[in-house]
Structures are given as structure tokens and as C-alpha cells.
Design a protein around this ligand. Structure first.
Ligand SMILES: Cc1cc2nc3c(=O)[nH]c(=O)nc-3n(C[C@H](O)[C@H](O)[C@H](O)COP(=O)(O)OP(=O)(O)OC[C@H]3O[C@@H](n4cnc5c(N)ncnc54)[C@H](O)[C@@H]3O)c2cc1C
Length: 401
């Protein structure tokens, strides 16, 4: 059942990795996903399996013990995993953003210290920009770091950390006034700190509290938390890249990887919704025939499949652009925007095809229906993507009159 969403030009290694992941998803994730999700249970066995497959090191360079694969390979794996259960893709996503930021911006000591254990899945990453009063408007961050000898003292409250409880390394974005006097542009006075902590909830390190899991409508299983810093002391050598004031750019670079990831999740969830819809449409009969034989249902299936194809093509294009070393904010923004909107529409159509049964928790589509909306928000809302796309278009198509 994989006529849709083919990717041309993959290497033998990529094809093999993807077929292994697909097999794992079909055997180990899909059969248990809905039950675990309803119980909001952390999928420990699945995470152990991903660790065994080496997936936590997928994009980490081989010199640090990873597989050294491209963003495209990673995105295609995420698509497969989200097809099985979106929450599992959330477990690896923030890990990858942090590993990517370390690889691109970390000092040699930071890479040597973190990347080998991240590749093995022994250290798992979370990343933290959002605060209770802001998500889209990152420049309004109010958490602060103040230098005190060889350390910084961090205070403030962060919000919506995916893997906040289960991670042991959090990349935290805060304002830092050192060397950046009052009046410096907000994006030049932010710093990313690499904060190590014990996994779990409560006071996980002196001055650092993870209060508990946020109760969500969907995207369950993976923990999403707040993070409270109250006099948290972080050594100066845990400033990402060793220099303050670069945090905003480092995070935005990481978010571009995250946007391709969210697009890939949208593709995976939409594919699963299509699979469920096309199967159900051939089982259910009304007015003496399969509902798939009613033209209205066939049109729905046609629209769904077209959206699955279009989203996949845009996601692959955005990943390839980043892999080529070129700026990909336009492509990543477009892919994230289109794939998340299409995902919501495809899921809704599959839900409608299921009639009343789609409303029953016994049917997988009920879970997908609660998962799809998260993609409209995470890594920047549709409005934020459109702002990025619009600005870039005006740069590219500057009026020369
Ligand atoms: C399940 C989940 C997991 C998350 N995980 C993480 C994580 O791991 N790390 C992290 O840092 N964050 C995380 N987030 C936070 C997420 O990135 C933010 O929720 C998102 O960026 C939106 O921010 P907000 O919720 O503050 O909404 P707001 O920024 O308050 O926006 C509210 C509404 O106003 C619109 N809006 C805002 N500004 C404009 C504008 N200029 N023009 C037009 N419309 C505008 C928005 O599009 C939206 O519709 C997570 C969120 C969720 C729900």
C-alpha cells in the first residue's frame, strides 16, 4: 500500500534504512499506538527499539558515533514513524534539533561531550524557546541570564517543552545582557544555554524544576512540560558555541530543521488517514454497494491522495535544499504550511468516510483527528509561516521600477 509518496533518487543505504523503519512501524508501532495513546503512556519499548536501530544518531556525524545521514533521510524516517504514531516522531524531533544545533554551532568540547552519547540515545534532547506569554514572538522572551564569575545565573519560566521530562539536555533560549547593553536589538541579545539535568519531574537540578506533564487533547504519550529556572547556575562553557548573543540565530537554524520535520509528520499522518479511509470505503456498504463506488467518496479519495502527493513533494524539496547547504527558510516554511493544512483536511475527509464509527475511540482515525491540529501550531503557526514566505518572496521579487 505504498503507491503514494514515493521518493526518487534515493541511495541504496537510504532505501534500506527506510524499509527497516517502515517494517518497525508496521510491526512495533501501529499495533500498539492507539492503546498507548489513550492511556497517555510513554512508549518505552518503542523508544528502546528506535535506540537499537540507531535512530537517535541518524543525522549525527559518524565521527561521533552516528550514522551521518542527511536531513532528507531523517525526514523520510519521520514520515514513516508519524504514519505509525505522531507522538513517537515528537520524541526524536527535539533530540535532533538539539543535536543539529550542537553540530552546526557547538564548540569542539561541546560536540565531543554531548554528541557521542546523543547518538547512542543515552542523552536525549529538548529545546526551549516558548514561554507562557509568547510562542510566535520570540523577541519578547523575558527569561534572563546574568553573568556571575565563571557561571551564569538563569531565571524565568519556559513553556511547552516537548520531552521536557524525559530529556537530560535542554537547549534553552534566554536574554543575556552581558556585552549587549540596554537597547541592543532583541535578536542580538539572546543566548542558547545547554542545560544538563536528570530526567523526571520536580526539582531535577538545583534551581531547575519541571513541574509535570501538560494534559493535552492529543499528541499523548510524549511528555510536554513547563520549565522553571530559579537561580539556576550554568557554567560559562555551556553557552552554545561559547559566545553570547548568537542564540536567536542558532535557534532559527534549528527550527528550519524542525519545520521540515513537522512537514514530514504531516505527510505521515495524512498517509495513514488515506490508508484508513481507502480501506474503510471498500468495506462499508450503503444503498447496495461499497461506499467507495459512490462518486462523492471517490472524489474525496482522489483529493486526499493528491494532497498526500503534493505535501510529500514539497517536504522532500525542502529537505534536499537544506542538505545542499542552501538557505531553505522559504521551502521549509511552504512545506510546513502546506503539509500541516493538507494533513488536517485529509484526516477530516478520512473521518467523514468513517461515518459514525470515526467518532468511536475504537477506530484509529479518532486518534489522528486529535493529533493533526498540533501540526498547525508547532514550529510556528500558519500565520508565522506565511509571514516568512511573504517576506522572502518580496526579497526574491523586488520591484525594480
Ligand atoms: C504540543 C506542543 C508542543 C510544543 N513543543 C514546543 C517545544 O518543544 N519547544 C518550544 O519552544 N515550543 C514548543 N511549543 C510551542 C509552540 O511553538 C507555540 O505554541 C507556537 O509557536 C505558537 O505560539 P503561541 O502558542 O504562544 O501562540 P501565539 O504566538 O500567542 O499566537 C496566537 C495566535 O495569534 C497568531 N499570531 C501571532 N502573531 C501574529 C502576527 N504577527 N500576525 C498574524 N497572526 C499572528 C498565531 O498564528 C496564533 O493563531 C509547543 C506547542 C505545543 C502545542
Amino acid at each position: 500500500m505504498s503507491r503514494l509518496a514515493q521518493t526518487h533518487g534515493l541511495t541504496d543505504v537510504q532505501t534500506e534504512i527506510l524499509s527497516t523503519v517502515r517494517d518497525f512501524v508496521d510491526k512495533e508501532i501501529i499495533p500498539v499506538a492507539t492503546e498507548l495513546e489513550h492511556r497517555d503512556e510513554y512508549p518505552q519499548d518503542i523508544v528502546d527499539g528506535l535506540k537499537e536501530l540507531g535512530l537517535f544518531g541518524l543525522m549525527i556525524p559518524e565521527e561521533y558515533g552516528g550514522l551521518g545521514e542527511s536531513l532528507l533521510t531523517y525526514a523520510l524516517c519521520v514520515e514513516e514513524i508519524a504514519r505509525g504514531w505522531m507522538s513517537v516522531s515528537g520524541i526524536i524531533n527535539t533530540h535532533f534539533i538539539v543535536a543539529y544545533m550542537l553540530k552546526q554551532h557547538g564548540t569542539q568540547e561541546q560536540k565531543d561531550h554531548f554528541l557521542p552519547r546523543m547518538a547512542a540515545g543515552d542523552i536525549r534532547g529538548a529545546f526551549s524557546m516558548s514561554e507562557p506569554a509568547l510562542g510566535s514572538d520570540v523577541s519578547a522572551i523575558s527569561s534572563k541570564a546574568v553573568r556571575d564569575g565563571d557561571e551564569y545565573v538563569l531565571n524565568g519560566q519556559k513553556m511547552w517543552l516537548t520531552n521536557g521530562g524525559t530529556s537530560s539536555l535542554v537547549a534553552v533560549l534566554v536574554k543575556s545582557d552581558e556585552g549587549h547593553p540596554e537597547g541592543t536589538a532583541a535578536h542580538k541579545s539572546m543566548t542558547t544555554f545547554l542545560v544538563e539535568k536528570e530526567p523526571g519531574f520536580g526539582e531535577v537540578r538545583p534551581g531547575l524544576t519541571i513541574p509535570g506533564k501538560i494534559d493535552k487533547m492529543g499528541y499523548k504519550g510524549v511528555d510536554t512540560t513547563e520549565l522553571i529556572m530559579d537561580g539556576l547556575r550554568v557554567p560559562a562553557d555551556r553557552v552554545l558555541g561559547g559566545v553570547t548573543g548568537r542564540g536567536f540565530y542558532q535557534m532559527m537554524d534549528g527550527v528550519e530543521v524542525g519545520r521540515v520535520n513537522v512537514a514530514a509528520r504531516g505527510c505521515g499522518v495524512a498517509q495513514r488517514a488515506f490508508e484508513l479511509g481507502v480501506q474503510y470505503a471498500q468495506q462499508r456498504h450503503t444503498f447496495g454497494k461499497q461506499i467507495a463506488q459512490h462518486q462523492a467518496i471517490q472524489f474525496k479519495l482522489a483529493e486526499m491522495a493528491t494532497k498526500v502527493e503534493a505535501a510529500h513533494a514539497m517536504m522532500v524539496n525542502a529537505a534536499r535544499k537544506k542538505d545542499s547547504g542552501e538557505r531553505n527558510d522559504l521551502e521549509a516554511g511552504m512545506a510546513k504550511y502546506l503539509a500541516s493544512e493538507y494533513c488536517k483536511e485529509v484526516v477530516e475527509d478520512a473521518f467523514r468516510i468513517h461515518g459514525g464509527y470515526g467518532f468511536s475511540k475504537e477506530y484509529e482515525i479518532e486518534r489522528l483527528y486529535r493529533e493533526a491540529p498540533m501540526l498547525l501550531i508547532g514550529e510556528g503557526t500558519a500565520e508565522i509561516q506565511k509571514m516568512i514566505i511573504g517576506r522572502r518572496l518580496l526579497e526574491e521579487y523586488r520591484f525594480q521600477g
